[in-house]
Ligand binder design. Structure first.
Ligand code: ZN
Ligand code: ZN
Length: 83
């Protein structure tokens, strides 16, 4: 790419001082088991299709993964509460 002189002056509204590159935060995502869209690990419900991704621990009430057998927060047995 040569000869491409940028004569057009762009209107920069943002100052270089307030340049915050922390806009893109790497969040852990995994595909929704129902629709396959990327959902964050801490999402409780898929915002796209409404599938419940996590449930509440019956003991401590924290959001736990539906695939967990034991609550990682309080150690409660989660398999006993499944249906
Ligand atoms: Zn989904
Ligand atoms: Zn718990």
């Amino acid at each position: 790419m040569c000869g491409g002189h940028h004569t057009h002056r762009e209107h920069t509204t943002h100052e270089p001082q307030t340049q915050t590159a922390v806009n893109v935060t790497p969040v852990a995502t995994h595909p929704c088991p129902t629709c396959g869209k990327p959902v964050q690990d801490d999402f409780v419900v898929c915002p796209y299709c409404g599938t419940q991704l996590k449930r509440s621990c019956p003991s401590c009430g924290r959001a736990v993964d539906v695939n967990w057998n034991v609550c990682a927060y309080c150690g409660a047995d989660l398999t006993a509460s499944v249906e």
